[in-house]
Ligand binder design. Structure first.
Ligand code: PEP
Ligand code: MG
Length: 594
């Protein structure tokens, strides 16, 4: 790898979301909307030709989708439902027939007719009082865009067809895009938009590809073929680096990889401080297929199973049987280690990079998670039945997201009791002692943590949302990403309050937001006295290694120091200095700024 003579060197700083250093060529992916340049009337004689042009575009779209589906790499095959649903939309009369009718009756060109049909469908979808279904407009839009590209002769590039070792540069990537990524070819990706906890970021971690998001103008500043260095641990992106820089990063990459393989070899050792304090280290998963990696990385259970993806992957809603099979398998593979299954947390801003909640002004505060489940009791009951049935196949724990007050807990527990009675009457067994917990991720829940302890067996602190709601920072908005501060004194105090109340009541306290996997956070999370940390599996070896290096007493002293500091910057600087002193090789090997 050598520098490009004559090309201008540039550096950018983004949000690191999936670690690893990569050096390679930029491959720009244009995901911008197709602009319709021509809207024109046609005469009677042109109608049949225009309909034929539209039908050709439909056929081309169908072929592209089928090819994409067939070429999907094995490990992401489970996401082919996205392409199936696109094929169904393509064949649906709402889009196809109404566009042809418009060409024939209104005598307008195919692009214009298709746009009009799409807008009509969007209006209909907006009126549907079902968040899941109304959100599907996103898929209709994506299919329409693909047809438009074929009409204009400007086909959308498929990421699955990239056969060079490149770094993807895009304004944004959707989950459909991430499922298409040919991981053996794509080295990593960088995007203009997104934040640390956006869904694209979480997918990158799950797929173990280095990524930096929130760069704001990467797709404008980088040209196809530019040489890039991307540091997924620090968020640095160097465009057209000189030879000295390449050598420096290659060395860093080597050190990083060497250190990773060293700690991977000892990842099954317990996370115990030198003075004997043991903290449980568990994994967050998005889908069943990750369980093997979870075991390989030394997890002592699954602290958060985000169950949304099963709902997104099905054409319709998944059946109780489908859910049961999936949960049972996770429970069985992980047994005797525990698995915490979180009920559906769909909606809100979590999927904002690919699912627009068209009919909500403020989706993060809208009908999300438990709110949606309480509004759709049938949907909720089906999932609860499946979880209860799976509970006898391992050690299952049940967790409810987005709890804001006692009333919600009482309501969900009442529904849970009804479901249990239903199963009793059908003679279906379940674990009667299955622990039931809640996510603490809304500031109101922190404030009444003492009251909540009386109703549940455990808390899991969801700092991704807690930070979002406490600091009023949209977690996927790159423009305010600099204010998304885990070390903000308000956040530290909130976590402290939850732990204190949990301890008093004698219930278990876990933390499962991205903070749990951040090396710099470990001393304070240890010092706080949490029972469990749950994180993306890849972070586990490093986190365990840090735990094994820091005596609890020291972590407690560090926590006492930082809790009295007044800004996030002061806390961060203090922790950086401490960590560099305690475990110097971490900075040197690129796990945080050296
Ligand atoms: C959180 O909010 O911290 C969390 C773990 O849940 P999610 O990221 O799925 O919202
Ligand atoms: Mg959350």
């Amino acid at each position: 790898m050598t520098a490009h003579p004559g090309k201008l060197k540039d550096t950018m700083q983004g949000i690191p979301v999936s670690p690893g250093i990569i050096i390679g060529k930029a491959h720009l992916v244009d995901r911008s909307r197709v602009k319709i340049l021509y809207q024109y009337l046609i005469d009677e004689k042109q109608v049949s030709g225009e309909v034929e042009r539209f039908e050709n575009a439909l056929r081309a779209t169908e072929e592209q989708l089928e090819t994409l589906k067939n070429k999907m790499p094995e490990h992401v095959k489970e996401h082919s439902f996205i392409l199936d649903s696109h094929l169904m939309i393509l064949q649906d009369s709402m889009l196809r027939d109404s566009t042809i009718r418009r060409i024939e009756e209104e005598k307008i060109n195919a692009e214009w007719a298709l746009k009009k049909s799409f807008h009509e469908i969007r209006k209909i979808f907006a009126q549907i009082d079902d968040e899941y279904i109304s959100n599907r407009i996103q898929d209709v839009e994506s299919v329409s865009e693909r047809i438009l590209r074929n009409l204009s002769g400007k086909a959308q590039e498929s990421l699955a067809e990239i056969h060079e070792r490149v770094i993807i540069v895009a304004h944004d990537l959707s989950p459909a895009d991430t499922t298409e990524l040919n991981i053996s070819k794509v080295m990593g990706f960088i995007t203009d938009v997104g934040g640390q906890t956006s869904h694209t970021a979480i997918m990158a971690q799950a797929l173990e590809i280095p990524a930096v998001v929130g760069l704001e103008s990467a797709s404008a500043r980088i040209s196809d073929g530019d040489l890039l260095i991307v540091d997924g641990s620090t968020g640095e992106v160097v465009i057209n680096p000189d030879d000295a820089e390449i050598i420096r990063y290659q060395e860093k990459q080597l050190q990083h990889e060497k250190y990773k393989s060293t700690i991977a070899r000892i990842c099954h050792l317990p996370a115990q401080t030198p003075d004997g304090y043991r903290i449980a280290i568990k994994a967050n998963i998005e889908f069943l297929e990750e369980v093997a990696a979870v075991r390989d990385h030394g997890a002592e259970g699954i602290g958060l199973y985000r169950t949304e993806f099963l709902y997104l992957r099905s054409k319709g809603l998944p059946t109780e049987e489908e859910l049961f099979k999936d949960y049972r398998e996770v429970a069985e593979i992980m047994a005797p280690e525990p698995v915490t299954i979180r009920t559906l947390d769909i909606g809100g801003d979590k999927f904002a990079s690919h699912i627009e909640i068209a009919n909500e002004m403020n989706p993060a505060m809208g009908l999300r998670a438990i709110r949606l489940c309480l509004k759709e009791p049938n949907l909720f009951r089906t999932q609860l039945r499946a979880i209860l049935r799976a509970s006898t196949f391992g050690r299952v724990q049940l967790m409810f997201p987005m709890i804001s007050g006692i009333q919600e807990v009482l309501e969900v527990k009442e529904i849970l009791d009804t479901v249990k009675k239903e199963l009793d009457s059908e003679g279906i067994i379940y674990d009667e002692n299955m622990p039931v917990g809640i996510m603490i991720e809304i500031p109101s829940a922190v404030t009444i943590a003492d009251l909540l302890t009386k109703h549940v067996d455990f808390f899991s602190i969801g700092t991704n949302d807690l930070i979002q709601y406490a600091l009023a920072i949209d977690r996927v908005n790159e423009h305010v990403a600099f204010m998304y501060q885990p070390f903000h004194p308000a956040i530290l105090r909130m976590i402290q309050q939850v732990v204190r109340e949990g301890r008093k009541a004698g219930i278990k306290i876990s933390l499962c937001g991205e903070m749990a996997g951040d090396p710099l956070c470990i001393p304070i999370l240890l010092g706080l006295g949490l029972d469990e940390l749950s994180m993306n599996a890849r972070s586990i070896p490093l986190v365990k290694n840090i735990v094994r290096a820091i005596p609890l007493q020291q972590a407690q002293q560090d926590f006492e120091r930082v809790i009295h500091l007044s800004t996030a910057k002061e806390v961060r600087d203090y922790l950086l200095t401490r960590m560099k002193k305690m475990i110097p090789e971490l900075g040197e090997k690129g796990f945080f700024p050296a």
